[in-house]
Write a protein that binds this ligand. Structure first.
Ligand code: CAO
Length: 446
């Protein structure tokens, strides 16, 4: 008989207990690695918990309405053949039913050093403050809704498209919802003027093009991070009215200051990059302009001003863009921030971030300065209301009052903001203030 693997709830952030609002599997289902198995919901977020293994569902230990904590047993799987199942090495391996102590480890252990085993996927989190695709979504907490018969991959497909499965008519056996049913539902919704984006936006479907007619092609499937960030960016792009304010800051002095600290940083084993100084400067600007440290509530009637300063930093990883959050930047010194940024970016690149690492941000910084480019227009990371894009600093001649030119290190800045919350004058004031701060950073750090 196939090995029985126990799936336990991984660390999903700062929750003692969290409610199960959906069970996406039934006994006998064949599930693939990373298929979502349950959906949890807190006050702020819903999150899908993916399976760290492939196999056949043998038993399910949770039901809708249960409140579960880290380490709670969710389900047991009959392992698929080892080539498909993500069975960790012995040090990290779940115990099986055949052993006397059937204790198994949680599905995700992000703090442990990398093993040869694949890292279990992090739960998929949706922040509930974000605008959601209205009547097309499947996140309702209404316990009286009708039973939906389908399989996890169709549920995931529906989630990606923002389709509410309760509204989809199943054409499979006994009304089971098939992937084609979801596709047909979305097509019908688009044609009738509703949309997966937000109320009232209607776009014509992209025509299907056979690119192979024009030359050789290769179809590369998008990975999980690309799909998730793509959907989030698309939603932000279509639901947030964006304006981008550009500026250039003379950071010659800041760079001199940074270099003067480089030796000390090196002794501590740190890289003190420009980004750390920009994080401190952003916090100074957020304190001066609190509207930027805010989110609209889901009704759109209130602006929630945040009294904490958690800064998201876009990190380029081999699997795509992720935005971990560095907490309480106002309370941390440059070296502490450099250390935290270094370890966080490293964990992001190794795929070891937990959902909690990516929640609670107030403002995001996207720095492409280490790569190049003159300027770019970042997309607001909603429900935040502004994001700072930082491009590559370059030495340029700077005009002086006496008519001469002096070389200066000029840093391009691009602030994109949500025009529902921030007007153009405020955007320009914030950017000018930030410019002033990075040009004279010592004042802020004193
Ligand atoms: N101008 C000139 N040089 C810069 C710079 C800037 N604005 N920003 C960084 N640099 C330099 C650094 O000082 C470093 O130089 P040294 O190697 O000589 O020390 C080099 O470029 C590389 O820096 P880095 O990128 O490794 O480090 P960082 O702290 O600046 O950034 C991180 C860290 C994680 C943000 C970055 O590595 C990264 O992933 N950036 C991509 C973010 C992204 O993808 N954004 C787009 C999201 S879509 O909107």
């Amino acid at each position: 008989m196939a090995e029985l693997l126990t799936i336990k709830l991984p660390n999903v952030g700062d929750f003692d207990e969290i409610e199960v609002i959906e069970v996406l599997i039934t006994v006998g289902d064949e599930i693939a690695l990373e298929d979502s198995i349950i959906v949890l919901e807190s006050d702020k977020a819903t999150m899908e918990i993916p399976s760290p293994y492939a196999g056949k569902v043998d038993s399910i230990m949770v039901k809708v309405g249960d409140r579960i904590a880290e380490g709670a047993e969710i389900a047991k799987l009959q392992a698929a053949s080892t080539s498909e199942a993500a069975i960790p090495d012995k040090s990290d391996a779940p115990e099986t039913e055949s052993k006397p102590e059937p204790e198994s480890v949680p599905a995700s252990k992000p703090e442990e050093p990398e093993s040869s085993a694949p890292t279990p996927p992090p739960p998929v989190t949706e922040n509930r403050q974000e605008s959601r695709p209205g009547n097309l979504t499947d996140n309702s907490n209404d316990k009286s809704r009708r039973q939906i018969y389908t399989n996890p991959s169709v549920r995931r497909y529906a989630r990606e498209l923002g389709a509410n499965l309760e509204l989809v008519t199943g054409t499979g056996t006994k009304g089971r919802i098939l992937k084609e049913d979801v596709t047909a539902f979305i097509k019908a919704s688009l044609t009738s003027g509703a949309s997966a984006g937000s109320g009232g936006i209607s776009v014509s479907a992209m025509p299907e093009i056979d690119f192979s007619k024009f030359g050789e092609i290769e179809a590369v499937p998008l990975n999980r991070i690309q799909k998730l960030s793509g959907a989030h960016l698309h939603r932000s792009w279509v639901t947030v009215p964006h304006v981008t304010q550009f500026d250039e800051a003379n950071i010659t002095e800041l760079e001199g200051f940074r270099k003067s600290l480089a030796g000390e940083a090196e002794k501590k084993g740190l890289r003190l990059t420009l980004l750390v100084f920009i994080m401190k400067a952003v916090v100074a600007a957020l304190k001066e302009y609190p509207n930027f440290n805010a989110s609209l509530d889901s009704s759109g009637e209130h602006l929630i001003l945040k009294k904490y300063f958690h800064i998201g930093v876009a990190v380029d990883t081999p699997k795509g863009l992720v935005v971990p959050v560095i907490r309480d930047v106002d309370q941390k010194g440059l070296f502490d921030l450099a250390a935290e940024l270094g370890t966080t970016a490293g964990r992001a690149r190794d795929g070891k971030l937990s959902p909690g690492d990516m929640q609670g941000g107030c403002f995001t910084i996207s720095s492409l300065g280490g790569i190049g480019g003159i300027q770019f227009t970042p997309i607001v990371n909603s429900p935040e209301v502004a994001i700072l894009g930082v491009a590559k600093a370059k030495m340029q001649p700077v005009y002086q009052a006496d008519g001469s030119f002096k070389p200066g290190l000029i840093l391009p800045l691009a602030l994109s903001y949500d025009h529902r919350v921030i007007d153009g004058a405020q955007g320009a004031r914030f950017t000018s203030y930030l410019n002033q701060v990075v040009s004279d950073i010592r004042r802020v750090l004193l």
